[in-house]
Structure formats: C-alpha cells, structure tokens
Design a protein around this ligand. Structure first.
Ligand code: KG4
Ligand code: ZN
Length: 348
C-alpha cells in the first residue's frame, strides 16, 4: 500500500489538516480566521497565530475521523515550513514536530507555495515532468519550470512588486469593496465592458519584456486605476465600477496568460499547472481555456476548493517527496518565512 501522509498547513489565516494516500485524498479539513481579520481590512498576524493554536487540535482530530484512520496509521508527516507569516508557521511546525517525535515518523518541512501546484495531482494525476507552473496567490505571482516536483524546480520569474491577488485586493479597497477584494472585483468585472477603459500592461512591451520575459509588475497598473478613480471623482462623476474592474482584470490576466504560454512554448512544456488563491479568478480561467485550444497544451487548474490554502496541498507535496525517496527534514528545522520556490522541502 502507498504511504499515508498527514499534511498540516498554517501559513496564513487557514488551519488545514489533510490525509493523503498516494494520490488519493482521504480527508481535508480547514478552519479559518478570515472573519476575525475582515474588520481590519487585512490579516493581523497575532490574531492568526492565536486562531491556529485554538484550531489545530480539533482540525487534526476531525481530519483523522473523516479519513477513518488513527495517528498510528500515518507513515509520514508534512508541514508547511514557509513561505508565510512566521508566527502562524510556527504553530503548525511545532504541532507537526511534536507528532513526528511522539509517533517516531519522518517529517517533511515543505514549501507551501509549491503545494498550490502539487494539490493538482490529487485531481488530475501525476504532474508531467517539465511542466510549467503558474502560481497566483495573495502573496505570490511566479512562473516555475517543474523539471521534477520533488528535486528540481527552477524559478523563471515572479512579480517585482504586488502579487496578482494583492493587486485585486488593493483595487477592491480603492473601490470600497469588502476585504478580501479579489472575488468582489472578479464578480463586478464580469458585469463590465473589458474594452471601456484600457489600463497599462506591466513589463509586456519592447525592452521591458525582453529584460523580464517571466516577471510581472502590477503596481503601476494599480496606480493607474487609482488616478482614474481620482480624476472621475474630481469631476464629480459617478464611478463606472464594473468597467473599472473589467478593464483592470483584463490588464492583469492578459499579462499572466501571455507570459505563462510564452514559457510553455520556450520550454516545450507538456502542461501548464496553475495554482494559488487567484486561480479561482473567472477571467483567468477563461483565458487559460482559450490558450489550451490555441497552443494545444494541457492546462490544469485545481477545483476552486483547492485553490485557497488547505492541508491537502501540503499532504500532496509530502506524498510526492515520500514516494520520490527524498530525505526527511532535520528534527531541528526552523520555519522560513521566505523559503525559496526552488526548494520543495527543507533538506538536512
Ligand atoms: O493562495 P491564497 O488563498 O492565499 C495566499 O497564500 O496568498 O490567495 C488569496 C488571494 C487573495 O488576494 C484573494 O483576494 C485572491 O486570492 N482571490 C481572488 C479570487 N479568489 C481569491 N482574486 C481574484 N479573483 C478571484 N475570484
Ligand atoms: Zn497560499
């Protein structure tokens, strides 16, 4: 039988615990402190850490119960070791270390961001070696060459300023939408005219794209949206909120999709794997589907429930590492809030 992996995720405001056997998800339970942060308009790290402390044990117990297994059945433990909020990470890592020690099981401190791609294996099967990975979340926007998920991941590029989700959240705030703004901006964009307002596309023309083929920049775009809103307000005009959202969403998504398919072509990749909270974005999904037809390459993105932070993504990555025979992490590893994306796990 394939190894049973327990995955623990506590990088931000979600406490996630999941059990995966091979590529089969047995249980995935998530507790969230999102509502406690909403009134502050952003994540308050101290509140998030305390919520993890309260949630970790009940979430673990519920996951074990739903999977119909006991702790003694677990073959290895995977925990998100970074990137993330250091206080939040520490709660999950301490819990995982205690379990690994008590059960005498191997422990993998894994990369949370790569987990956003690994989770796709639970739905669509093995990630073909050599695929391109597109990570789009609140904290990351990156293109990766996934030569081998367990041992050889190359970071091709990433955002020089804001992440895609972050840019959506900031525009949401400019428009007075509730936090996090991303899903609201997405919803309003669907009701607007994409062509009504043309906002700038960062690092996508001339020498900029030549120097930064796989990098992104969204802060200029965000400023352009802010200026547009200010100009209309100064004239006392009503804001065409839907059109602003549609024009902004188009500028972000066009660049994401163009650069992702450029990487697919350049590396002759068999598939494009998309992950992270922003991969829930409806326009991104539309454009990716169109690109799949146009470029004749398989595009995979996980179902919506696996796009935001969850334990399944950590267990899935742990399972990839365990099956590949990668050495577990040393018992004294520390969480790393800026763990590089080329590192799937913390090695001895
Ligand atoms: O991956 P994730 O759950 O957390 C991080 O690790 O960052 O991503 C959360 C981000 C937030 O910025 C949220 O606004 C954004 O993903 N998001 C969306 C949508 N759903 C979530 N942004 C745009 N459109 C959406 N439908
Ligand atoms: Zn995440």
């Amino acid at each position: 039988m394939e190894p049973l992996i327990l995955g623990i995720e506590s990088t931000c405001d979600e406490t996630g615990v999941a059990l995966v056997r091979g590529r089969t998800l047995l249980a995935d339970v998530t507790a969230t402190s999102m509502e406690e942060h909403a009134r502050y308009g952003g994540i308050i790290p101290e509140i998030a850490s305390r919520a993890h402390l309260e949630a970790i044990e009940p979430t673990l117990n519920e996951a074990l119960e739903r999977a119909g297994v006991s702790l003694a059945d677990v073959d290895a433990i995977a925990v998100a070791a970074g990137p993330g909020l250091i206080g939040s990470l520490t709660v999950g890592v301490c819990a995982a270390k205690a379990l690994a020690l008590a059960l005498d099981k191997p422990l993998y401190g894994v990369n949370h961001v790569l987990g956003h791609l690994a989770v796709d294996e639970l739905v669509d099967g093995e990630i073909p070696p050599g695929s391109i990975g597109l990570i789009v979340s609140g904290g990351h926007t990156n293109l990766l060459h996934l030569k081998d998920m367990a041992r050889d991941v190359v970071e091709l590029g990433g955002t020089l300023d804001d992440a895609a989700g972050e840019a959506f959240d900031k525009v949401g705030r400019l428009l007075g939408l509730p936090y996090p703004g991303g899903p609201h901006v997405d919803r309003l964009a669907r009701e607007g005219d994409k062509q009504a307002i043309r906002f700038p596309r960062g690092l996508s023309t001339g020498k900029h794209v030549a120097a930064h083929p796989y990098d992104f920049s969204f802060s200029g775009l965000k400023t352009a949206v802010a200026r547009h809103i200010e100009a209309l307000e100064a004239k006392g005009q009503e804001l065409p909120v839907q059109d602003i959202c549609a024009g902004f969403s188009e500028a972000v998504n066009e660049v994401l999709v163009d650069k992702a398919f450029a990487a697919v072509k350049a590396f002759d990749a068999p598939a494009l794997i998309v992950g992270g909270g922003f991969s829930a974005n409806s326009r991104l999904r539309e454009l990716l589907k169109a690109g799949q037809e146009k470029y004749g390459v398989e595009v995979r993105f996980p179902p919506l429930k696996y796009c935001t932070d969850n334990g399944a993504q950590i267990a899935a990555l742990g399972s990839i590492l365990a099956r590949a025979g990668v050495e577990p992490s040393p018992a004294d590893f520390a969480p790393d809030s800026s763990l590089p994306l080329s590192q799937a796990s913390l090695l001895p």
